[in-house]
Design a binder for this molecule. Sequence first.
Ligand code: ATP
Ligand code: PYR
Ligand code: K
Ligand code: MG
Length: 476
Amino acid sequence: MKLPPQKTKIVATIGPATKSKRMIEKLIKAGMSVARINFSHGTFEEHAKVIEAVREASQKLDRRVAILADLPGLKIRVGEIKGSYVELRRGDKVILTTRDVEGDGMVIPVEYKDFPRLVSKGDTIYLSDGYIVLKVEEVRDTDVEALVISGGKLFSRKGINIPKAHLPVEAVTPRDMEIIEFAIEHGVDAIGISFVGSVYDVLKVKRFLEKKGAGNVFVVAKIERPDAVRNFDEILNAADAIMIARGDLGVEMPIERLPILQKQLIRKANVQGKPVITATQMLVSMTTEKVPTRAEVTDVANAILDGTDAVMLSEETAVGKFPVEAVEMMVKIAKVTEEYRESFGMVRMREFMEITPQKGAIKEAITRSIVDALCTVNIKYILTPTRTGRTPRLISRFKPKQWILAFSTDERVCNNLMFSYGVYPFCMEEDFDERDIVRLIKGLGLVQSDDIVLMTEGKPIEKTVGTNSIKIFTIA
Ligand SMILES: Nc1ncnc2c1ncn2[C@@H]1O[C@H](COP(=O)(O)OP(=O)(O)OP(=O)(O)O)[C@@H](O)[C@H]1O
Ligand SMILES: CC(=O)C(=O)O
Ligand SMILES: [K+]
Ligand SMILES: [Mg+2]
């Protein structure tokens, strides 16, 4: 077998342009690692079909794909607009209303009953990730009258941001809980919590999952409001992974702060060994064009150099004209860029040692010592038997140039390793041992006699102990 050309993981949002089996197969072949379903759009019926199609295609092609269910959360949205969009021009007066109407040029429905209570005269309202800007002129019972400051095409169901408004503190809504139940029933691997405000949002979802016997579902905390940035350390600690959701974050905070914030959040997630997804507008011009802009290509490359585990596509694959090309483009950028990060290992480790406290876990010491070994011996693969996925994730944070082959008996653990840079998971039979691993990778042609590999172990092997040793050996 051949391992993928790139170690960076690719999250692709499935939508109208890609929900068919044929398109999902194409995305998988192109390199999609995670299929994201945005529950802000579409119906349960559609989503159930997508889930089934992803599982079928993944099985047919023998390529592992995780499924991420992204919750709507607290986002206020525009309702349905006649003919799917209206063109708003600078100087136009519009009425945003909570009345149940279909939108046209003058009247725009808003799907949030308390909307008029959130704004007052003079406030700025952003539509469609900040693409359109309005200024509030008058607030009435169900209506908000506003002036278009900066115009553009406004499509149905686009987001509304009012950075000044104080939204309810709890980000996880009753509707989100219903979606989580649906997701569990349909065997989704991971849940993305939108607009996380504090650690309690993460814990609420975690507790619910545990109660439902789905404690192994991955919880991805989406960082997209200032509260989440402020409470980031606690959120990171409780979540399994994070997403830098730059779409909303870039409206809720001064957009010019994004680049540095992205680097800071990625570094913190790396130190903790939690996968991080960089999301939104990465190749957005490919929604309509076959070739991305130089700035977009550079953005993808820079996110990888920052240490992101995964890069994400939204409208590019959900509604775009070139979804397969967008995934292929990310693969190409990743492949070329990753070659230039080799030397990061030691530098990063020194930084990590300065940040992490001395009273770290045994795994912490073991995974650090691997970096040293990789610099000393010509090691072909890092082999990690794992129960929870923790060990391969702790190694992945150093972004080694070797693949980390992970071996687990748990399908869900394998799927969730699809979020981690450079990790290739294999699902094993119960009670597998070192010989089974070597037999498997030899059989697949990944290694030959005389190749040197590094394996992490929990000794004694018959007991449930965490990883506490490494072994470097030559394949017989
Ligand atoms: N399942 C779907 N059905 C229809 N359209 C979709 C679907 N998923 C995504 N889209 C379209 O692709 C666009 C980009 O997707 P994306 O997931 O970034 O959504 P978003 O509306 O910007 O909100 P969010 O902040 O929740 O990500 C959406 O605005 C929507 O127009
Ligand atoms: C992905 C997402 O929710 C955002 O960028 O806002
Ligand atoms: K969402
Ligand atoms: Mg968002």
